[in-house]
Structure formats: C-alpha cells, structure tokens
Design a protein around this ligand. Structure first.
Ligand SMILES: [Zn+2]
Length: 367
C-alpha cells in the first residue's frame, strides 16, 4: 500500500496582513519587501516542489480533497463564529483573532485545509492507504473553537477527528504535536475528554506565552489524557529523540490508540526564525521512524500527519522530505545540504545531560 499525500495549490493562496516575523508592519516596524504572513506559503510549496524534483511524489498517492463541510466544521466551532468568518471572508477578508488575517475566500481555503486533514485521516482509517500526510495550510493546532490564533483559522485536526468519530471510523485517537509551539487549540478542545490523548512537545514559553505547562494534564474525564512536554530553548536532536523515547512512546503504548496523528510542524528546526531549537532533517526522520514503529505495534500501522508550522523556506523542505521518505519507505533521498553544519551545532554533552535530567523529571510526572 502507498502513502497518501493530500495537498491543493489553493491552500498556498491563503494570505493577508503585512508582517515582519510576527510583528505587524507599521509604526517603527518597516513593512517587509514581500508583505504577507510570516506563515509563508513558500515553506510548504517548496516541500511539494522538492518531492516533485526528486521523484518522491511519483511514489505517493498524490491527491486533493473536498472542503470540510459546514457540518464538519460545526462539530468543533460554534455556528456564530463560522457565520462571522464566512461573512468577513465574503466581504473581502479581515481578522477575527490574533495573527490570523485572511483575504476574500479565506473561509473556503481554511475549509479546504481542514478537508485535506479530514480526508487523509479517513483514508488511513478505511485502509485505503498505508499512512497519510496532509499538507494543510492554513495550519490548525492553535485554533480554539471561537478564537483563531497563531496563523490557525480552523482546528484542522480536531475537525478531522470529530468527522472520523461521527463516521464510526475509530474510537481512540492519539495526537502527538511536535510543532515547536504549544498545541493549545487541540489541548483546549479535548481537555475534558479521554477518547483523544493529546501530547505536545514544545519550546517552553514560546507561543502561546502562558500555556503548555507540565501541570496541565486534563480535567474531569480528561484528567491524565493531556501531556505537555515543555523543553528549554536550545534543545536539539538528542533531546527530542530522548523525549520521544522516554515519554511519548510509553504514553502511546499505555493509551493504545486506534490511530496515531502527528501535528507535524518543522519549526523546531535549527534554522527556524520563530523558535530556538536545534532539530535537523535527521531528527524528523528518526521521530517519524519512532512513531511508525509505535503505530505498527499499537494500531496496525495507522499513522496520519498534518503539516503545521515551520518557517525556514530553505530547510523545511528537507525536513519534510525526510518525513515523507520514511513514511513511504522510499529509497528516494534528498540529502540534507546542511548536514555537516547542523550536526556540529548540536548542544554539548553537559547541556544534553541537563535536558536528560529534565526529561526524567517530566517522565516521572506524566507517566
Ligand atoms: Zn509552530
């Protein structure tokens, strides 16, 4: 069976605002030469282009998907919010939250982005593909039911999970969010539930500034089913793999999900302008291998990933190519042009030892 790859050129046409990094231009912040969002379409388009150039895309089941329906969106988002979003989008675009500007037609593009995730998850659960990747844009993991934020306009993965639940395709879902920012939206939506395990590995106090604590472990029936792993700035390859090995994989094994879902951001990479971690393309390859092995053991290999953040135009494509190559078990490689430099820039043994101790303390708290 093949790996499904869900993408659509229209998702690259989402835009709005004028930002320099995450600062809105204006006042003393000089407008950027190109304008637009820091969540730049080129990071994602260049991943697809690299896959075309190496030939990897010819080994995958490349496809688009229908927009998520209003009914799909309304399982997660209040109707009042959807109405306002649609009206603002029809009227030329605007901003309904924080750092989430959109143009005319932004509503339909966001629904398409959610639709790519929904179809990717459904294809995995129905056994149509071995595993699947959704190149969803705009991303989704920060979005709360009535408050889009952090470039996320709709909660793509929550919409996909609720649609799969409603269709009776699966009962227990595990979401591992390795985007460098806290998956506050996914956490918030499933915080009181035990049918969706949410795990977020993130840089401590990056975005949002006030969420993602180790102590936030769920509430009511959801107590124990939300796990935050806040890593200090400067964590690299060894620390990420160790956190996966010592916390994420045991948590997945204990939960026994029907499917493993990855909120796949590449902004923990060493070249990311919006964070301060030191992961490499090889880190993403090996984390993918870890979750694939877990999926084999726990849920018949069922694994779905949705693209979230990642802001280095040059480096994201190599990280993503490594992930897709691993998912597909392909021989087609895109060697990391920066491999020597990124290996040399990893933290030294003393820093890794400090991180290892932190991971041990977090494991004792979370498992
Ligand atoms: Zn992010």
């Amino acid at each position: 069976m093949t790996t499904g790859f869900f993408w659509d050129e229209k998702c690259f046409w989402h835009g709005g605002g004028d930002y320099v990094l995450t600062f809105p231009a204006g006042g003393l912040v000089q407008p950027s030469a190109t304008g637009g969002l820091p969540e730049n379409p080129e990071t994602k388009r260049r991943l697809k282009n690299l896959m075309d150039v190496t030939g990897l895309s010819s080994e995958l089941a490349m496809q688009t998907a229908p927009e998520a329906s209003y009914e799909d969106l309304a399982r997660v988002h209040p109707k009042s919010f959807l109405t306002k979003f649609k009206q603002t989008s029809d009227a030329g675009g605007g901003e309904l939250g924080r750092r989430t500007p959109f143009l005319q037609g932004g509503y339909e593009i966001a629904a398409l982005s959610a639709g790519l995730s929904k179809s990717a998850l459904s294809a995995v659960l129905k056994g149509e593909v071995k595993n699947a990747y959704a190149l969803s844009r705009p991303p989704g993991h920060h979005c709360l039911p009535d408050w889009p934020n952090g470039f996320c306009l709709l909660a793509n993965l929550a919409i996909a999970i609720e649609a799969a639940q409603a269709a009776g395709q699966a009962k227990r879902f595990a979401v591992v969010d390795w985007d460098v920012h806290h998956g506050n939206g996914t956490e918030g939506i499933f915080y009181t539930r035990d049918d969706v395990l949410t795990i977020s590995l993130h840089e401590d106090r990056n975005y949002p500034l006030d969420t993602g604590d180790l102590a936030d472990q769920g509430k009511g029936a959801g107590l124990g089913y939300n796990k935050n792993i806040p890593l200090p700035a400067g964590a690299g390859h060894d620390t990420y793999l160790e956190a996966m090995e010592r916390i994420v994989l045991p948590a997945l094994a204990a939960y026994k999900p029907d499917v493993i879902i990855i909120a796949c951001g590449y902004d923990a990479s060493i070249f990311d302008p919006l964070a301060h971690q030191l992961c490499t393309a090889e880190t993403y390859r090996l984390m993918t291998r870890q979750v694939m092995q877990a999926a084999e053991k726990l849920c018949d290999g069922k694994l779905m990933m949705a693209h979230e953040g990642g802001y280095s135009e040059v480096y994201v494509p190599f990280c993503g190519h490594a992930v897709l190559q691993e998912m597909a078990g392909s021989k087609i490689d895109a060697p990391d042009p920066m491999a020597e430099i990124v290996a040399a820039r990893q933290p030294n043994a003393r820093v890794n030892q400090f991180h290892s101790e932190l991971i041990g303390e977090m494991a004792a708290e979370l498992l």
